[in-house]
Design a protein around this ligand. Structure first.
Ligand SMILES: NC(=O)c1ccc[n+]([C@@H]2O[C@H](COP(=O)([O-])OP(=O)(O)OC[C@H]3O[C@@H](n4cnc5c(N)ncnc54)[C@H](OP(=O)(O)O)[C@@H]3O)[C@@H](O)[C@H]2O)c1
Length: 209
């Protein structure tokens, strides 16, 4: 891989994972921070028009990284059959799943040749915990999306997901869900995003656990 300075759009840059990724990659690349309310540019990943507008404004871009995505934790017996609009699965499907898929599908058309797309999933599809049915489902769908989309990516564009275990820095928020899990360091999670952007891997789930 060359030493080229890349122009990278990092959506979710102010978050726990995003700020570690920003710190790591800013040492050698131009990193543009985005969030729905924070960052250099505002993008709401649940709004496809705002995604497209940002890519049009910021192009040419060599890489996009997403360090975000919400889904609802709820006991399985609280998940009633319902239309999607009334379902507790809505948040995960609309935000973490379709939000990242929509960014990836815009990036496919806008990134420079040989560019890269990196999504964020998480350990819960392989190691579920009580209450994780919805987040586990979404993570599994995203990891499958990455594997399939990589096969058909045009112009040498690569796509991967990073799947971390719970971060030590997030134990205050998620600790009770992750009893018995070994927490990982944000700086180590950031290395997986570096590998996705700066090596030649594609179609991979880069696990940090
Ligand atoms: N933290 C962990 O231990 C851990 C472990 C495994 C997996 N994960 C996964 O990693 C992802 C990020 O986790 P995190 O803990 O770093 O999150 P976080 O600290 O809550 O940060 C979320 C980031 O996303 C941005 N954001 C939120 N909604 C957005 C939207 N609709 N459009 C654009 N940007 C949006 C936020 O900025 P604004 O407020 O400006 O929008 C913020 O920068 C999540 O999917 C999580 O499930 C986290």
């Amino acid at each position: 891989m060359s030493d080229k300075r890349l122009k990278i759009l990092l959506i979710g840059a102010t978050g726990t994972i995003g700020s570690a990724v920003k710190e790591h990659l800013s040492e050698r690349h131009e990193v543009i921070s985005a969030g729905s309310k924070s960052g250099d540019v505002h993008i709401d990943i649940t709004d496809p028009a705002s995604i497209k507008e940002a890519f049009e404004q910021l192009s040419p871009l060599d890489a996009v990284i997403m360090t975000l995505g919400k889904a609802t934790f709820a006991a399985f017996n609280e998940l009633e059959s319902a239309p999607l609009s009334d379902s507790k699965h809505l948040l995960g499907i609309e935000n973490k799943l379709m939000g990242q898929i929509n960014v990836a599908q815009v990036a496919r058309d806008y990134l420079t040749d040989g560019g890269s797309i990196t999504l964020t999933t998480g350990i819960l599809n392989e190691h579920p915990v009580p209450g994780s049915v919805s987040p586990s489902m979404v993570n599994g769908a995203l990891d499958a999306f990455v594997k399939a989309a990589a096969m058909e990516m045009p112009r040498g564009i690569r796509i991967n997901s990073v799947s971390p275990s719970v971060l030590r820095q997030s134990l205050g928020k998620y600790g009770p869900f992750f009893r018995g899990f070994k927490p990982v360091e944000a700086a180590d999670v950031a290395l997986a995003y570096s590998r996705s952007v700066e090596s030649l891997v594609t179609g991979q789930v880069l696990k940090v656990w």
